[in-house]
Structure formats: structure tokens, C-alpha cells
Design a binder for this molecule. Structure first.
Ligand SMILES: [Zn+2]
Length: 84
């Protein structure tokens, strides 16, 4: 889990996601199912806590992973379309 604090993190995440081409499916707004290159599917939650944007992936990776990146890319896109 990590907290999005600035736009650069989002930009980096989106660039990473583009390079890795994981498959992202929106389960519902703020919940995404991401399938990585190994075929494993992780669930990523994007939500607000204490005014901060938190991204939480259920995979074992301790660093901001590609699932997070892919989910953020879609989340930002959907949020923008909804006017969030
Ligand atoms: Zn992950």
C-alpha cells in the first residue's frame, strides 16, 4: 500500500503501466482487478483516507507494484470522466 502525494507519482505509474501492459478491469469504481505477466490477478483498491489518495494492492510486493500503476492509470482516467 502506498499514498499518492504528487502528480509525478501518477505520471510515473502511468508510464510504467504503459510499458508493462498489464490487463486492468474495473470491478467497481475504486476497485480494480489487474492481471500481470505471470497470469496472476491482484486486486487493487484506490480510496481516500484522511484526505490522501491511498492505493492498496493485495500482492506480496512491498514496493509500489505494476498492479498499482495500472490501477492508478485507469482510476485517474475514470475519475476525470466522472468529474472527481
Ligand atoms: Zn501488486
Amino acid at each position: 500500500m502506498f499514498i499518492l502525494r504528487n502528480k509525478a507519482q501518477i505520471t510515473n505509474a502511468i508510464n510504467n503501466a504503459k510499458a508493462l501492459h498489464p490487463k486492468v478491469k474495473m470491478v467497481e469504481f475504486s476497485e480494480y482487478a489487474v492481471t500481470g505477466s505471470t497470469g496472476n490477478t491482484s486486486t487493487v483498491l484506490c480510496y481516500r483516507a484522511n484526505g490522501e489518495c491511498v492505493v492498496d494492492c493485495n500482492c506480496p510486493s512491498r514496493v509500489p507494484c505494476k498492479h498499482n500503476a495500472a490501477a492508478i492509470a485507469l482510476h485517474v482516467h475514470v475519475a476525470a470522466r466522472r468529474g472527481h
